[in-house]
Design a protein around this ligand. Structure first.
Ligand SMILES: [Zn+2]
Length: 292
């Protein structure tokens, strides 16, 4: 058997067949925060058939629908193999991932989507503006972080969902909620996680919230007339988060959720919106007095 494999390798090399090069879809994007974002974390069950398969500083969720798996977000390009390992550690086969829901077209949540989609055969799901960003692998022209530049692996197989639309697979019904502002394509996702055997009979409303941070590259002004749609977007997103049925909040960056890897305290989604509301109000005030 050893000889057979060696012989095959020799033939492959001698025949000029392509020798596997470095994988372009998982090439690391290094930032000052990448190590902290990708701090290893043990995959864990939140409730029912909903799990976390991400990292200390970036959330990735997994839903077992009974007729296939759904992943939410893809972290950085170099994170894809670890995400799939975490899926395996929970006893699932990554090939059963049918959809990967995207919260926003930024490298830290969408960088791994292209590799994950390729390796699982899954379709990536996003808002129309989100899908535009994922296809380009770059910031949109109206993104407050546009001036940071950079790019990430582009996604080719996409399904667009509208605000309020429901993705049904197996026992899961996952609702898309447009939460623009941080990017105009940002989308949050909610579903019911219901108890399995021995967990009682309850169901919990899970919300995977997109980033609502009013952060920007230097020089961007939220008070500029051209930023009006972004500010309006944030305001609509706060109202949306306030109104969502939300027993458990998973935020794209867990440190913005106010508690560990997820927050299951009452009012978690409202507190999440409020944090951003205050940050944006401060930012607007700072810009008006010339402090920013
Ligand atoms: Zn972002």
């Amino acid at each position: 058997m050893i000889e057979a494999i060696s012989l095959f390798a020799w033939f492959a090399a001698a025949s000029g067949a392509p020798i596997p090069a470095v994988d372009p879809l998982t090439q690391p994007i290094a930032t000052s925060r990448s190590a902290e974002w990708l701090a290893p974390a043990v995959p864990e069950k939140i409730f029912g058939k909903t799990y976390l398969v991400g990292f200390g500083g970036l959330s990735v969720a997994l839903i077992d629908t009974g007729e296939g798996l759904v992943l939410v977000d893809g972290a950085l390009p170099q994170a894809a193999p670890a995400i799939l390992d975490n899926v395996r550690k929970l006893g699932f086969d990554p090939k059963d991932i049918k959809f990967i829901l995207s919260t926003e077209p930024h490298f830290d949540h969408a960088g791994g989507l292209a590799a994950l989609a390729r390796d699982t055969g899954a379709t990536v799901v996003a808002s129309a503006r989100g899908a535009e960003g994922l296809r380009s692998g770059k910031h949109a022209a109206d993104d407050p972080q546009l001036a940071y530049g950079g790019s990430w692996p582009a996604v080719t197989r996409l399904r667009v969902m509208k605000d309020g639309e429901v993705l049904k697979l197996g026992k899961a019904a996952i609702t898309a909620h447009a939460t623009p502002g941080h990017t105009m394509g940002s989308m949050s996702w909610s579903w019911q996680a219901c108890a399995g055997e021995g967990e009682g009979k309850a169901c919990k409303a899970i919300v995977f919230a997109s980033s609502l941070n009013p952060v920007s590259a230097d020089g961007y002004r939220y008070t500029a007339p051209s930023s009006a749609a972004i500010v309006k977007g944030f305001e609509a997103s706060y109202k949306r988060m306030d109104a969502l049925k939300c027993n458990v909040l998973i935020s794209a960056h867990p440190d913005n959720a106010g508690a560990g890897r997820y927050n299951d305290k009452p009012g978690a989604c409202r507190a999440y919106a409020d944090r951003s509301r205050k940050l944006l109000a401060k930012r607007l005030a700072d810009e008006r007095v010339g402090a920013k």
